[in-house]
Design a protein. Structure first.
Length: 92
């Protein structure tokens, strides 16, 4: 599966990576803890961080996203499974 265009773009642009982090922090601050939109943002940013070689930060975000998906939707939900697979790809 090809990477989405936003992921390729952001992984090659440090300035935009910082912008995405700011957006994520704002969403996390203003959003409901464990809400799926926050989990999606965590997972997306984790993939960019993985591409940038920032694996510990990527793992941390994927763990948070996985817990949110698991708690909200259970283990059989496609989103939960995708985040779990992404986490496993980082050796976790």
């Amino acid at each position: 599966m090809a990477d989405p265009a936003w992921r390729v773009f952001l992984s090659h642009s440090g300035k935009d990576k910082d912008f995405v982090r700011k957006l994520y922090r704002r969403l996390a601050r203003d959003g409901e803890p464990g809400h799926p939109s926050i989990a999606i943002s965590q997972s997306n940013l984790a993939m960019v961080l993985q591409d940038l070689g920032q694996l510990e930060e990527a793992r941390d975000l994927l763990r948070k996203a996985y817990r949110a998906y698991l708690g909200r939707f259970g283990p059989d939900h496609p989103g939960t499974q995708t985040v779990r697979q992404n986490l496993e790809s980082l050796g976790n």
